[in-house]
Design a protein around this ligand. Structure first.
Ligand code: CU
Length: 887
């Protein structure tokens, strides 16, 4: 077909979508749906557009479709409809506007179905010939896309597990393996040898023909398995698809052996073809071994990266780099000009992208992964300007040629390089090595590097033996194994510490100052304790771990030292009995409960956030350490969700789905447990190490005010440090009131000024203060507002971790009390009272930790009404507030 000249809809949208994807990947830490958006900009935007354009192009070429069968203008309209649909989906999904997503999905499906119909018509109109099978690949692929789009639209609605996981697998298998996979496999059988400028293998057409039914059965099972809830069926389907893929690869490999890829197009596409079976193998393995669909969707990031970046994006970039100069036409010199641009730094680009990608998928430390993914992104992103320059160079060369009279020349000039570039490969390996080193350098503990204690103390009373004792100690489940080691006096002690815990960070600190870095699960370090003259205590310094029993002891054997150890006192750094590093941070500040909050203090907003319309609430909880004043003049490092002294209040109704992304930007492991959910705790409530994140998805089925809290050991300390909050699930038909407030009570266990929580005080159940909404006495100075006669509802939650609450508002009575899912009193009438009884009242709502409810009241007149925990000792140490009621 005639493809000379510029045709806007053919190439430009691809570059635009890739550019937008690049921008999103650069700003991605700043918004929630960025991962979804990056993936879909590439596969739904760029790849799908190219699949629609080029499958028509190749169909026309293979079938020798007569000129004018379908005008380019009509194809442009079809592509236009597709792009309008894609834009609607790109906006609709991240903003949770479901009707927009439905509209977008419908337009996309319509455009691709129309595309399929036109392919069928072409096939019917064509004379018999070779490679009609390729067009059948395109037709099957195009018929699958609307199915995958339907799954996608349902996913966007928000589903609870296990349906979310099952549909996610069905959606990705349909679109990635069905729509994109079949299109690529169908095309490359003929395109690949052309790109390599070699002969097509004799078995190419028969391999294509035999593979299609295998791929089809594979797809049927890979999509049907998850829909029926069968992991085994799904895994079998992917294995079948893998067999079909390898079948198609036979002629492709034959061509590649004749002439190995050396230019960018074949290197990039070839690398993409390598990733496909890797992704399929991992996918089948994950399906067969993961315990649940939720677990699978939780680990989907790696698989998506392989399919989208490794396979689809690299094949797209390779194919476009070949096709663009070819279809611009203009003869060998023009082609040469274009190819020269497109082939720039080809070995380097492909090697960096693939080495980087491969390393990112291995369990490397998180900072190394960040640096490597940036390097990989750069290597891939370079293709965008390179493609543009290639187009410009070709068009320029063509124009120049058109101005001159045609010169007779050789028709086919082979311009592609004969081999890949060794210097570029060396440069690529260097970039990756530097990137990895930089990542390790930024985070030395990540690599488990040896840290010598440096200031290893020299004992005063013993003569060093010159001998070194080396022991291996593992840290696991809040214990050191062994918890005690014996060293001959005068020996140098070296401890090889391994953290074999599956979730928790640990370290080992010794009383003489020697210590290990904090180790993530699986990491190790060497601690040089120095020459040992006296017994030394050790412990894990992660807050709370010592209190849970994570202690260590170095004992001394041998003559001179053993007896003198405790009495000596001269051994460098050894601590006084009873004094420990954890307690040695200084005394905790005293709270003056009469002191007012300074003018600059902003109280935690006690107003219940408004109920929003959406059925799916997308929430990000970021665990982070934040230093804040918790009482006037008293500052502490709080472990927070989203930076506030206690977590944010969430609000929904019965039946709403919550999709909570927990991101750990703290310094130790954290997690979250939503009492409003009914889920198997294993995965969603697991502890995340710093830098990790997870998605916790649940549908709220029962009403009430529910606690959510960090469930990482020791839970008491994590809750006391601030990692807890309230989620209000409104019962159906809840009457409107003039004001709705939320008050959550928790305890404060002060560390030294500016320090985190004192875990020893938590363990001893000795709070320094109590607080409503995370700040001592805050609503005494910043009263809650109401007018006399107005109806006020106060949602109350006891966060704890340990103290009960007797919630009372001085001068008022509650005529309505709701506690733990039921009305104890409604308009002065209890559930067992006769219908005409309305004189019941309540003075206090009693709650144990993790219980909640609400009370309703009306203030009789203007005045100042104290809010108290009527356990008076606790009111006097901070659990107080005021209602300032006006006329
Ligand atoms: Cu925590």
């Amino acid at each position: 077909m005639n493809s000379r000249g510029s045709w806007f809809m053919r190439d430009r949208p691809v570059l635009i979508w890739l550019l937008v994807a690049l921008v999103v990947s650069l700003v991605h830490p700043f918004f929630a749906s960025s991962r979804w958006l990056m993936v879909h900009l590439v596969v739904l935007g760029a790849v799908t557009h190219s699949a629609m354009v080029w499958s028509v192009h190749f169909t026309d070429a293979l079938l020798k479709t007569r000129a004018g069968f379908e005008e380019r203008r009509v194809q442009s309209i079809r592509l236009g409809i597709f792009h309008v649909g894609a834009i609607a989906v790109f906006v609709g999904v991240p903003t949770a506007i479901w009707p927009l997503t439905i509209a977008g999905g419908t337009l996309i499906s319509g455009a691709v179905l129309w595309h399929a119909v036109m392919l069928v018509r072409r096939l019917r109109a064509a004379l018999p010939g070779r490679f009609r099978i390729t067009v059948r690949y395109y037709i099957v692929a195009a018929l699958l896309l609307p199915v995958g789009a339907l799954f996608g639209v349902l996913l966007a609605r928000g589903l609870a597990e296990p349906w979310h996981g099952r549909l996610l697998v069905a959606h990705t298998m349909t679109n990635l393996l069905g729509w994109i996979g079949l299109t690529v496999l169908g095309t490359l059988v003929t395109l690949w040898p052309t790109m390599l400028r070699t002969r097509m293998a004799p078995n190419a057409e028969s391999a294509s023909t035999h593979a299609l039914p295998i791929l089809g059965v594979g797809l049927l099972l890979a999509i049907g398995g998850p829909l029926l809830g069968s992991e085994v069926l799904g895994a079998a389907g992917i294995v079948a698809y893998l067999v079909g893929t390898l079948w198609v690869y036979r002629p492709i490999l034959t061509s590649a052996r004749q002439r190995p890829p050396a230019a960018f197009p074949t290197m990039s596409a070839g690398a993409g073809l390598v990733w496909l079976p890797i992704g399929l193998g991992l996918m089948a393995f994950s399906l067969a071994t993961r315990g649940s669909w939720a677990a699978l969707s939780d680990h989907y990031g790696i698989l998506t990266t392989i399919f989208v970046v490794g396979f689809a994006l690299q094949v797209l970039l390779g194919a476009l780099s070949y096709l663009l100069p070819v279809v611009i036409g203009g003869g060998p010199s023009v082609l040469r000009a274009g190819m020269a641009e497109l082939d720039r730094w080809s070995t380097w680009r492909v090697a960096v992208a693939n080495l980087g990608l491969a390393l990112c998928l291995l369990p490397v430390p998180s900072l190394v992964r960040v640096v490597l993914s940036v390097v990989t992104l750069v290597a891939l992103a370079v293709s965008i300007p390179v493609l543009l320059r290639g187009i410009i160079a070709s068009v320029k060369a063509k124009r120049a040629l058109e101005k001159q009279p045609a010169t007779p020349g050789v028709r086919h000039v082979d311009t592609s390089p004969r081999t890949w570039s060794r210097p570029q490969l060396i440069a690529a390996v260097s970039v990756i090595a530097v990137g990895a080193t930089l990542g390790v350098g930024l985070d030395p503990t990540a690599a488990g590097l040896t840290t010598a204690a440096g200031q290893g103390p020299v004992a005063a009373q013993v003569t060093p033996t010159g001998h070194t004792t080396t022991v291996t100690v593992t840290a696991k489940d809040m214990r050191f194994h062994p918890a005690q080691v014996s060293v001959p006096a005068g020996d140098k002690l070296v401890i090889d510490l391994v953290n074999t815990d599956s979730t928790d960070i640990h370290d080992l600190v010794l009383a003489n100052g020697a210590k290990s870095p904090r180790l993530s699960p699986g990491e190790k370090a060497t601690v040089d304790v120095g020459v040992v003259s006296a017994p030394i205590d050790g412990w894990c310094s992660v807050v709370g771990h010592r209190q849970l029993g994570m202690v260590f002891k170095v004992d001394v054997t041998g003559s001179s030292a053993a007896g003198s150890a405790s009495g000596g006192g001269g051994s460098g750094g050894a601590m006084m009995p009873g004094m420990t590093h954890a307690d040695a941070t200084g005394p905790s500040p005293a709270i003056d409960f009469m002191k007012q909050w300074p003018a600059g203090f902003t109280a935690y907003d006690p107003v219940l956030p408004p109920l929003r319309d959406e059925k799916v609430h997308k929430v990000t909880l970021t665990a982070e350490d934040v230093k804040t004043e918790v009482a006037p003049g008293v500052s502490q490092v709080r472990w927070t969700y989203n930076g506030t002294s206690i977590g944010p209040v969430l609000h929904g109704r019965v039946g709403d789905t919550f999709e909570v992304t927990l991101v750990n930007k703290g310094t130790i492991g954290h997690s979250v447990d939503f009492h409003a959910s009914e889920v198997a705790p294993d995965l969603p409530m697991r502890t995340l190490q710093p830098g990790q994140s997870l998605v916790y998805r649940f549908t709220a089925k029962r009403s009430g005010i529910w606690l959510y809290h960090c469930s990482t050991m020791p839970m008491s300390t994590h809750i006391a440090a601030g990692m807890a909050g309230a989620i209000v699930i409104e019962p159906p038909g809840l009457p409107k009131v003039d004001h709705s407030y939320v008050l959550s009570q928790s305890e404060l266990y002060l560390g030294a000024q500016g320090d985190p929580v004192n875990a020893a005080k938590v363990a001893a159940d000795q709070p320094d203060a109590l607080m409503f909404n995370g700040f001592v006495n805050q609503y005494v100075d910043r009263p809650l507002a109401a007018k006399a006669g107005e109806r006020v509802r106060i949602w109350v939650l006891d966060i704890g971790p340990n103290r009960p609450l007797s919630f009372h508002v001085v001068g008022t009575q509650f005529d309505t009390v709701y506690k733990e899912g039921t009305y104890l009193l409604k308009d002065g009438r209890g559930p067992l009272d006769p219908p005409d009884y309305h004189s019941g009242g309540s003075q206090a709502l009693d709650l144990l930790p993790a219980q909640g409810g609400f009370v309703e009241l009306t203030f009789p007149a203007a005045g100042h009404y104290s809010i108290v925990n009527h356990i008076m000792t606790d009111a006097e140490r901070g659990a107080r507030g005021t209602f300032a009621v006006t006329k």
